[in-house]
Design a protein around this ligand. Structure first.
Ligand SMILES: Nc1ncnc2c1ncn2[C@@H]1O[C@H](COP(=O)(O)OP(=O)(O)OP(=O)(O)O)[C@@H](O)[C@H]1O
Ligand SMILES: Nc1nc2c(ncn2[C@@H]2O[C@H](COP(=O)(O)O)[C@@H](O)[C@H]2O)c(=O)[nH]1
Length: 399
């Protein structure tokens, strides 16, 4: 809570409307959602390097400084804001390129509501708009030693440009061949507990006596690389992910028998006898939960490795042609001076620079009809067209 900024009140009424329920002054934009006014921009409490957010609650007449989750956008050369269906605000950053100009400030999504309950504070969450076909992340669970890691390695090796691994945090000690930042982010328990408190994790769980968790940043890093995110997490983690707005494909891998599972765990040779026994005890309840909880839409039996890998590829709809590198997206720069309008699911951004008036590059269309997911991470499924591509028969920009 704090003092109202100088422009609020009468001056806010004088600010220019940007085609929506929006007023802007200096580097700040305000947008009304129900009985609240979100003031976006200006000084950020935590860092001058990101776009700040404050909320004015009309009912109480008080200012709120919310907990801001997700990677925050860096300030650009100004921005416009558009209210999207009451739960999120689209922020369009002037002068930025297509990988950075569309951001969503989530104010009342399922994820934000869930985090409000967990953190007990007012929460908003940033999520960057990502172009493309909005393919779902893949969550793979199963008891320790069943072969999740082996299957994931095979997938990443065959389809390096399609899949990216979400690198988890863990408090367990690294194994001989494991590299920090590649297999896991190895972290002290107290540091991880602090990061959990700070809302840095999409999910976390205590597994076989250690803490494991997927950070928001780990998922964002994969989406930023334009890849489908693969999460290797336990059943508790999968349950938590199901409760977020991250729409994912949930796969559970079963062993052919407990005897075979034990054989694989022992043959891997990475655990002490005590740890092997603990993991085997936990495996029983994990398999029960995996098969009965309704979390997992797909089951795989890892008896013969090659057969199981083939089933995984079928489930993911993969064929050989998808192993080829993807063509890169054309980058579009957003005009510094522009006006914004919304027609159904299309956001039309027109340049107001007179020099561009007659040019076919004076309009950009954001198609938000297939938005998927949301915070934490990225809002996928954003399509961006320029006037050129529209004139070319809506061919669109290659993804
Ligand atoms: N179908 C299979 N047949 C025989 N051995 C297998 C099969 N799949 C995996 N393995 C072997 O079993 C061991 C355990 O596999 P992996 O490490 O991939 O399991 P995991 O499910 O990732 O375990 P954790 O959850 O502990 O990380 C490895 O040595 C691997 O080579
Ligand atoms: N809930 C989460 N579980 C995780 C995460 N990363 C890994 N795991 C699971 O832990 C066990 C043990 O892994 P190991 O590497 O010590 O053998 C295994 O079932 C993993 O799936 C996570 O981020 N969250």
């Amino acid at each position: 809570m704090g003092e109202a900024p100088a422009f609020f009140g009468d001056e806010l009424q004088k600010g220019y409307a940007n085609g929506f329920d929006l007023k802007s002054k200096g580097g700040e934009t305000s947008i009304v959602v129900g009985n609240r006014t979100y003031v976006i921009g200006g000084d950020c409490e935590e860092s001058a390097l990101s776009i700040g957010v404050r909320i004015f609650d009309k009912t109480s007449g008080e200012w709120i400084n919310p907990t801001v989750l997700g990677t925050q956008p860096k300030p650009g050369k100004g921005h416009s804001a558009v209210l999207m269906s009451g739960d999120r605000i689209l922020i369009i950053k002037s002068g930025s390129n297509s990988d950075d100009f569309a951001w969503f400030l989530e104010v009342d999504t399922q994820y934000v509501r869930q985090q409000k309950k967990i953190l007990g504070t007012e929460v908003v969450a940033w999520s960057r708009g990502v172009r493309g076909s909005a393919e779902k992340p893949v969550v793979i669970s199963g008891p320790s030693g069943v072969g999740k890691g082996t299957l994931i390695s095979m997938l990443m090796k065959e389809y390096p440009s399609l899949f990216g691994f979400s690198v988890s945090h863990t408090t367990r000690a690294p194994r001989a061949m494991e590299k920090d930042g590649v297999h896991y982010h190895f972290i002290e328990r107290s540091a991880m507990e602090k990061e959990i408190e700070d809302g840095k994790f999409l999910e976390f769980a205590s597994v076989h006596g250690n803490l494991y968790g997927t950070s928001v940043e780990a998922v964002e890093a994969v989406a930023d690389a334009g890849k489908i995110c693969i999460l290797d997490i336990d059943v508790q983690g999968a349950k938590s992910v199901r409760a977020t707005s991250l729409e994912a494909l949930f796969i559970f891998v079963c062993p052919p028998s407990m005897e075979e599972l034990e054989k694989r765990l022992r043959a891997r040779g990475t655990e002490t006898e005590e740890q092997v026994l603990k993991r085997l005890r936990n495996a029983k309840s994990e398999i029960e939960q995996g098969q009965s909880s309704g979390i997992f839409g797909h089951m795989l039996y890892n008896d013969n490795l090659e057969d199981c890998y083939k089933s995984l590829k079928e489930l993911l709809g993969l064929d050989e042609s998808m192993a080829a590198p993807k063509s890169s997206s054309k980058v579009v720069d957003l005009f510094i001076d522009h006006s914004v309008s919304k027609i159904d699911n299309k956001i039309i951004i027109n340049s107001t620079n007179p020099e561009l008036e007659k040019s076919s590059t004076n309009m950009i269309v954001l198609d938000v009809s297939s938005l998927k997911g949301g915070s934490p991470g990225r809002t996928r499924g954003l399509n961006i067209y320029t006037m050129d591509s529209i004139l070319d028969g809506w061919a669109g920009i290659p993804q």
